[in-house]
Write a protein that binds this ligand. Structure first.
Ligand SMILES: *Cc1c(COP(=O)(O)O)cnc(C)c1O
Length: 498
């Protein structure tokens, strides 16, 4: 039979549309369905005419159209289940928000709000006023400002306070985070002139002293959050730097990166300096992220001396870096958890980081029980001790003890299982190690554990769970409080920021 004759065996658009319409339980918009059917038929006609392929069965065509429709109607950005145990995963959206933060965002999203309107005076207000007081109270700073992220915060600080002048930085602190934030490059963008001092592992006060000259505007300290230099090292401590700066009438700025507001050492994590400590030691301006250890939305927080912050607030660049109402709503609610002294309970990031080994073991035992009940001989399910990671460029050396659930599927490679889990709906992200798929309960909520079990059962049976996206999304929103799906870190080498 000729190719043209074969191509004529394809159904008409009308016939394919009629067959592919899924019936009462699901509605496809007719315009989109017709367009998709036409596209599928066109591709097949080409395949037959140009590559000599055989026409597919009608059922296969229907399947293809339905699959394309489902992916068309499904949101691309959607929740995932993080079973990796990496708490702050940049690729997975970093910090899950508290229930209060989610609710605050939703409230301002639905309608109008007093973003830049002072309700007392009836005049124009400042969007930053909603969080400035909280940041001042929590950190002891004179003033505060919020921008899009910490990279923007560093850029704004350098541009406002050191453009055209010199900034002295230790060579051991010229960091790169996630491949796109590099101190020397941000410095160049800001118009400030980088003056490197010391060596990679050691920088002494005299190195700074010698570098300070009439063109020096600032000494910049950067927390090397995603790595540690081990062995013979020395960096100049903050108090000494502050003394030096005062003698030479220059300012000290610190990029803290993570920016903890509570001392995590009381939970056995760290040491990680707090923002309060940094300001108390005399640093003039401190910048940090909203979505790392703070546990809030993506944001760059800037706190410090009022006079310096005024220069930042007057900089035209601020307009390009400003945050929207969602960020401010979520940040305000997140900061209030600290004011209420409930941060460890209310904020998912801190809840996950401070979960005790006993709690994690209990969750792992429960997860194993649910899995073995459903899996039978399809997969061996065991427990093993292991560690979780903080991620997000914070505390790179920290090993948080946890209990892992180990899956060894029968007749299926671990990579294949991980692949099916990742492509399920909801997607499940796992760790793979030594011929086993590992699930870390640290980043799983109770609701997610139940969902996860369903996904694993289907994946082992050879399928990919295809729940309707809307179901999971509704569920995800409703469990936003206890829960909050978390984030793993795909990139094992640089779990920080990619
Ligand atoms: C993470 C980090 C940044 C970048 O912060 P973003 O909020 O991701 O823009 C900058 N500096 C340090 C030290 C960091 O740890």
């Amino acid at each position: 039979m000729s190719d043209a004759k074969l191509a004529r065996q394809l159904p008409s658009v009308h016939e394919l549309v009629k067959k592919a319409a899924p019936g009462a339980e699901r509605h496809y918009p007719s315009g989109a369905l017709t367009a998709v059917a036409r596209e599928v038929l066109k591709l097949w006609r080409q395949a037959i005419m140009e590559r000599g392929e055989m026409p597919p069965a009608l059922d296969d065509l229907v399947q293809e159209v339905r699959q394309r429709m489902e992916s068309l109607l499904r949101l691309s950005l959607r929740p995932v289940i993080n079973a990796t145990g990496v708490v702050l995963h940049t690729n997975l959206g970093r910090a899950p928000l508290s229930a209060e933060a989610c609710a605050a965002m939703e409230r301002v999203a639905r309608g109008y709000c007093n973003l830049e309107f002072n309700l007392e005076s009836g005049r124009r207000g400042s969007r930053y006023s909603h969080v400035e007081r909280l940041l001042i109270d929590l950190t002891g700073a004179e003033a505060a400002l919020v921008v899009n992220n910490n990279a923007a915060a560093v850029l704004l600080v350098l541009h406002s306070l050191a453009r055209g002048r010199e900034v002295v930085v230790s060579r051991g602190e010229l960091i790169e985070i996630g491949g796109s934030f590099r101190i020397p490059e941000v410095m160049a963008q800001s118009g400030a002139i980088l003056k490197e001092v010391g060596t990679t592992n050691k920088t002494h006060p005299r190195d700074y002293e010698r570098a300070i000259g009439p063109e020096t505007a600032m000494l910049l300290k950067v927390r090397p959050s995603n790595y540690r230099i081990m062995g013979f090292t020395s960096q100049v401590d903050k108090e000494e730097l502050v003394g030096l700066a005062a003698r030479h009438q220059v300012i000290v700025v610190e990029d803290l990166g993570s920016g903890a507001l509570i001392d995590l050492e009381r939970h056995g994590i760290g040491p990680e300096p707090t923002v309060q400590d940094s300001l108390a030691s005399g640093v003039d301006v401190v910048t940090f992220s909203g979505d790392k250890l703070l546990g809030g939305p993506q944001a760059g927080l800037i706190v410090g001396r009022a006079e310096l912050l005024r220069t930042l607030k007057e900089n035209q660049l601020l307009r390009a870096l400003r945050v929207d109402k969602f960020t401010l709503a979520a940040l305000e609610a997140t900061l209030q958890a600290y004011v209420r002294e409930e941060a460890e309970q209310a904020l998912p990031v801190l809840r996950m980081l401070t979960a005790t080994p006993a709690i994690l073991q209990q969750r792992a035992v429960e997860l194993r029980r649910l899995l073995t009940g459903r899996l039978g001989h399809a997969c061996a399910v065991d427990l093993r001790r292991g560690s979780s990671r903080v991620g997000g460029g914070a505390l790179p050396m920290e090993e948080l003890p946890t209990t892992l659930v180990e899956l060894r599927p029968a007749g299926l490679s671990t990579v294949a299982l991980a692949d099916r889990l990742r492509r399920s709906d909801p997607p499940v992200l796992v760790r793979i190690q030594e011929e086993a798929v590992l699930l870390d309960p640290r980043t799983l909520t109770e609701e997610e554990i139940a969902l996860l079990v369903e996904v694993v059962v289907v994946a082992l049976a050879g399928g990919i769970t295809q729940k309707k996206a809307s179901n999971f999304e509704e569920k995800a929103i409703s469990c936003a409080n206890e829960a909050l799906y978390d984030q793993p870190e795909e990139d094992q080498d640089d779990p920080d920021c990619v």
